[in-house]
Write a protein that binds this ligand. Structure first.
Ligand SMILES: Cc1cc2nc3c(=O)[nH]c(=O)nc-3n(C[C@H](O)[C@H](O)[C@H](O)COP(=O)(O)OP(=O)(O)OC[C@H]3O[C@@H](n4cnc5c(N)ncnc54)[C@H](O)[C@@H]3O)c2cc1C
Length: 489
């Protein structure tokens, strides 16, 4: 297409959603694309960082999807990486729950549960399950109600309550039932038992929560996104500007006019030194709360207040290099123990042996869920490292003296929180933003949806399709106009 006719699209964020949108727009060759990313690397929450020749995701990211299209997309990208030894490995998920010094298989396996819990506890679980089957909770509004109805109160309190409250930092009674419905879907105690015994004959119907196969790039999840980024600028001439924090969004008559960024790597830089970016279309994967609060002019009080009420759970990962092999065979260990603060451990070695520098070393990523206003978030990296080491030792998993080195990563916007009223706030915000003719929202925080990579990508592809359709409509209207004009002449 003639360069002059191409439309300019500006994308906020170079995470999976932003990169997917850019890639899809450029493939159609009718657009100039620029991504503005506040971080110094691409990949967003799905990036992989290197420390002392060991690689760590922000919590290991597995590639799993029910969408054939996304699966093919990932494989096509990774196909070109194979020549560099970066394979897309297929793995079988192995995950357990650490509770009271026992390791329980996840998804739950009846015999393993029987072995780990006392016979007395098992009877209590069965009785509480039978009770809830006979007298289910009628008005299911919270996560607690939803899970209790499926598993009984006893199993809920052993296998769901502590971990979920660690993740969200609020009581399970205050967490919306939506979250359980989205994450646990068709999973119930009866299906857990059924698939534990007969799963091998019904592989195709296994609910996603119980699915045990996934893919992973040998050099880390983020390497897939680095490849997409290279394709965007090398193969298609797209632009990616790093360290560009979008701080102001100028708009008029429900149309975005421009975005203003400041260089987040330049400490001396301030609001007076902003760069302005113009475009015909704008796609945003930045957190909805920030998007609203950075609009210039600000929208009405009701919308601003709704935005202020959206919450995000932060994540600190303690990434450790351990001088030991085969610490555990698990990909993840879910820590349901109340005595420690950590919520989950990712064992990078079990995703790929290339994640560590030496066969005798193990890379562990300990996940601590927190809020940016919490004491933990405000602690120094050194203090948090010490907490991580001490907790591993306390659980009897790794001795402190075996830990060679470690580093801390912080993500302020790791999880969009589904609290009891989030839907009301979201509705107010989306009703307002839907009026904008040239703005598309996508991704996890961009839509305030607890999306994995695949769903973030699907939302990006949908936004791109909407833009392409809109352009086709404009073109066909112009064509009709010209035809009429020709007739008159
Ligand atoms: C601990 C953890 C484990 C996970 N595990 C998995 C997994 O195993 N499998 C899976 O599929 N998914 C997993 N996910 C989810 C996955 O990380 C997300 O679904 C995915 O990264 C969402 O992509 P996104 O582009 O929407 O958002 P993000 O990855 O958050 O990217 C958004 C980008 O926008 C940038 N940005 C934000 N504000 C601005 C601004 N003002 N200006 C410029 N840029 C801005 C950010 O820096 C970021 O790069 C996990 C998430 C977490 C937290």
């Amino acid at each position: 297409m003639d360069e002059k006719l191409k439309k300019n699209v500006v994308i906020i964020g170079a995470g999976p959603a932003g990169l997917t949108a850019a890639f899809e727009l450029l493939k159609s060759s009718n657009f100039n694309v620029q991504i503005l990313e506040k971080d110094s690397v691409v990949g967003g929450l799905s990036k992989t960082l290197e420390y002392k020749k060991c690689k760590f995701d922000i919590g290991p990211h597995h590639f799993i999807t029910e969408s054939e299209k996304i699966n093919k997309w990932w494989h096509d990208v990774m196909e070109e990486e194979r020549i560099y030894g970066n394979d897309f490995i297929q793995l079988s998920r192995f995950t357990r729950i650490y509770y009271k010094n026992h390791l329980f298989h996840y998804p739950l396996q009846p015999l393993n549960v029987l072995r780990g819990l006392s016979i007395f506890e098992c009877i209590r679980c069965i009785l509480s399950y039978l009770k809830i089957r006979m007298f289910p909770i009628k008005n299911v509004s919270s996560f607690q109600d939803w899970v209790t109805n499926r598993f009984g109160h006893r199993l809920f309190s052993i296998f769901f309550k502590t971990y979920t409250e660690k993740v969200w930092g609020i009581s399970c009674k205050e967490i919306s039932a939506d979250w359980a419905a989205q994450r646990i879907k068709r999973f119930s105690l009866s299906s857990a038992i059924f698939y534990a015994f007969f799963g091998r004959w019904f592989k195709k119907n296994v609910p996603r929560t119980l699915n045990d196969k996934f893919f992973y790039p040998s050099f880390g999840a983020g390497t897939l996104w680095n490849k997409v980024c290279r394709k965007i600028y090398q193969d298609y001439g797209g632009k990616i500007a790093l360290n560009q924090n979008v701080v102001r969004i100028k708009h008029k008559n429900f149309k975005i006019k421009s975005l203003l960024t400041y260089n987040s790597s330049d400490k001396a830089n301030d609001e007076r030194n902003l760069t302005e970016h113009f475009g015909d279309y704008f796609l945003s994967s930045m957190p909805l709360k920030d998007l609203i609060l950075r609009l210039d002019p600000l929208p009405g009080k009701m919308i601003v207040n709704a935005a202020k009420k959206l919450c995000y759970r932060a994540l600190i990962t303690v990434n450790l290099i351990v001088n030991k092999k085969n610490i555990c065979p698990d990909h993840w260990l879910y820590i349901h123990e109340k005595e420690v603060m950590m919520g989950r451990i990712g064992n990078m070695n079990n995703f790929s042996m290339y994640m560590v520098d030496d066969d005798n070393h193990t890379g562990l990523s300990l996940e601590y869920f927190t809020y940016e206003h919490d004491v933990l978030w405000k602690m120094s990296d050194d203090k948090i490292l010490e907490i991580g080491k001490a907790e591993l030792q306390k659980m009897g998993l790794v001795k402190s003296e075996d830990i060679i080195d470690g580093m801390i990563l912080r993500e302020g916007y790791a999880y969009p929180v589904y609290d009891a009223n989030y839907q009301d706030h979201l509705r107010i915000i989306l009703d307002y933003l839907n009026n904008f003719s040239n703005l598309k929202l996508m991704g996890r925080n961009g839509l305030h949806q607890y999306n994995n990579m695949d769903l973030a990508m699907i939302s990006a592809i949908q936004s791109v399709e909407d833009i392409i359709k809109n352009e086709e409509l404009i073109l066909s209207n112009q064509f009709v106009k010209n035809e009429k004009h020709d007739l008159v002449v």
